[in-house]
Design a protein around this ligand. Structure first.
Ligand code: ZN
Length: 174
């Protein structure tokens, strides 16, 4: 496995609409290696999600991290291929987001609070699951990357856009 280079905001790879993955492609060693390398990259940089365009691969593949019990060591990583998001409720929530492609920045974004995700898993099987709260936010953020959308595009105002040090100093109780 290898740690991949992460594209930073301004790189055109982050603004392309990624192509759909042919299901026949999923079982190939090239694709499986991409999934493994993305998992290793996401862990290396303490990400909670990662999308293929962030590692310069314009395909509809993303990793969604779900923290069980609020502990980093129990981070579950769900790879999703050709994911489609549907709202399962009307409520929205506003919370802080960051992105490995926008290092050291944080900003508040409104997202759907409850969604269902339909996708193929890394074996090519159809999966559908419901997400709520922070994992739903992560999924929407990652799947936006597949359409060339960054979290700053979703901000209603840039008043909360801030650097990590200032975020830690003024905007959290941690
Ligand atoms: Zn991101």
């Amino acid at each position: 496995m290898s740690i991949l280079k992460v594209a930073l905001m301004g790189h055109p790879a982050l603004r392309q609409v990624a192509r759909k993955v042919d299901p026949a492609e999923i079982k190939t060693s090239v694709f499986q290696k991409l999934v493994d390398d993305m998992i290793e990259t996401m862990r290396e940089y303490d990400g909670i999600g990662l999308a293929a365009p962030q590692v310069h691969e314009s395909v509809r593949l993303a990793l969604i991290g779900i923290q069980d019990g609020g502990d980093d060591r129990t981070l579950r990583i769900l790879p999703v291929v050709n994911p489609v998001v549907k709202p399962t409720g009307k409520s929205t929530a506003e919370d802080w987001e960051g992105c490995l492609s926008l290092p050291r920045l944080r900003g508040r974004v409104v997202r759907l609070d409850k969604i269902s995700v339909k996708a193929l898993d890394r074996r090519g099987n159809r999966v559908e699951f419901d997400l709520e709260g922070y994992p739903a936010r992560v999924a929407q953020h990652e799947i936006d990357h597949l359409d060339g959308v960054l979290f700053v595009d979703r901000m209603k105002s840039f008043e909360t856009l801030c650097f990590l040090d200032e975020y830690s100093k003024y905007w959290t109780d941690d």
